[in-house]
Design a protein around this ligand. Structure first.
Ligand SMILES: [Zn+2]
Ligand SMILES: [Zn+2]
Length: 398
């Protein structure tokens, strides 16, 4: 056992207690009132931290180390989801219809544990460690954007890191990837306007359902015939609402979908490609349309050298047998907002195991974590903070 491992092991019960308290009291994005108060109270028990509220429901803890070094930002997200929990352990959600089904309760416990370890060794810590307990990751425009744009959080930050627990990786695994890691989750809302009428006489109508069906099919040509196979793009129409009964052709059809990519250039090009198809199909059949195209979080592109340092930290902390190079995912994350302002990298810690029945997908009503992953998370965050803040760690351009 390394010295850090031993110190983390002494935190075991505390980490579980934090996580279970948070799990029992989940709150939705932008409404994390009790959650942020709880975090502030717990941080208040740790010496050497300056605790503030950059926004109504986010908490920032700053630790100024006793040695010269860089300024590092560590991030955890704290919000829950509008899901009714179907687990029946004694710490299941007490807020009906709200659930920590993404692991943010674990992220918060991990960052509290990291803060505790660092606060017990202030004199040995290089530089400045800022720990942000960020509100509203699950609901666009997201809490990160607000913190980055409207507060001085990122002023002077040299490098940023954060983690997401991942139920699809075995508990104890650390996975890091340089470069493109998570996609931009953009949204389309489309109304197709035709002309309603009797189902027996479609020739007197412009059928928005028939046109909409062709739009859905043709949009897949954007993916397969206008974008290179090496440039991942997903276009999914996930909602199609039209009509009221079996023999009435409605006036309109309403569609919603998501568009995802890693490449900022392709992302800028996608709206034009998509609208061209919609316009062409609608015009061909005499329908009109309204299209709302909303950009969500930016794609999450890890800085290569930061990912390399995290890999080295992981190899030292958890060993080669517990390390993986992550696969990119089409999911989105507002951690990308921090990366607009400073180099950084986001990584995964596995939380899935059969023992804890914790392999359910994220956002599922049965989602939970193997709590051993909390310790892996603290070891990684603690070691990464010290390594990134250490002026002896070589950094490109310095
Ligand atoms: Zn989530
Ligand atoms: Zn999440």
């Amino acid at each position: 056992m390394t010295a850090t491992q031993e110190r983390v092991a002494t935190l075991r019960e505390q980490l579980v207690a934090w996580r279970r308290h948070l799990h029992m009291h989940p709150e939705l994005s932008f409404e994390e009132v009790q959650t942020s108060q709880y975090i502030a109270d717990e941080l208040g028990k740790m010496p050497g931290l300056t605790v503030t509220r950059p926004t109504k429901t986010s908490i920032l803890a700053v630790l100024k180390g006793g040695k010269h070094g860089r300024t590092v930002l560590l991030r955890a997200d704290i919000d829950a989801l509008p899901i009714t929990e179907e687990n029946d352990f004694e710490f299941k959600s007490k807020n009906e219809g709200v659930m920590h089904a993404c692991g943010h309760d674990g992220h918060t416990a991990i960052l509290l544990g990291t803060a505790k370890l660092l606060s017990e060794q202030v004199q040995d810590v290089p530089g400045e460690i800022r720990m942000i307990f960020q509100h509203a990751e699950e609901f666009g425009p997201g809490g990160a954007e607000e913190l980055v744009m409207d507060t001085p959080l990122m002023d002077g930050v040299d490098v940023v890191t954060g983690l997401h627990l991942n139920s699809q990786l075995p508990a104890g695994i650390v996975a890091v990837k340089p470069g493109a890691f998570m996609a931009s989750p953009d949204m389309i809302e489309l109304t197709i306007r035709g002309k309603g009428g009797h189902g027996a006489h479609p020739e007197e109508t412009v059928d928005p359902i028939a046109v909409g069906a062709q739009v859905v099919t043709n949009l897949q040509h954007v993916v397969s015939r206008h974008v290179g196979a090496q440039d991942a793009l997903v276009v999914t129409i996930a909602r199609f609402h039209a009509g009221t009964t079996h023999n009435v052709i409605p006036d309109t059809a309403e569609l919603m979908g998501t568009v995802r990519s890693f490449d900022p250039e392709l992302r800028q090009r996608a709206p034009k490609l998509i609208e061209r198809v919609i316009k062409g199909v609608c015009e061909a059949h005499g329908a009109t349309y309204d299209l709302k195209y909303e950009f969500g979080y930016r794609p999450l592109i890890n800085t290569d050298w930061v990912a390399d340092i995290l890999r080295d930290v992981a190899l030292k902390e958890v060993g080669e047998e517990h390390f993986q190079v992550s696969k990119p995912t089409m999911g989105g994350e507002d951690f990308s907002a921090y990366l607009e302002k400073a180099p950084g990298a986001y990584f995964n810690v596995g939380s899935g195991s059969d023992d804890c029945d914790s392999k359910w997908p994220h956002h599922h009503p049965r989602f939970t974590i193997d709590e051993i992953s909390l310790e892996t998370g603290v070891r990684m965050m603690h070691a990464a903070a010290l390594k990134l803040a250490d002026p002896a760690t070589p950094v490109p351009g310095q």
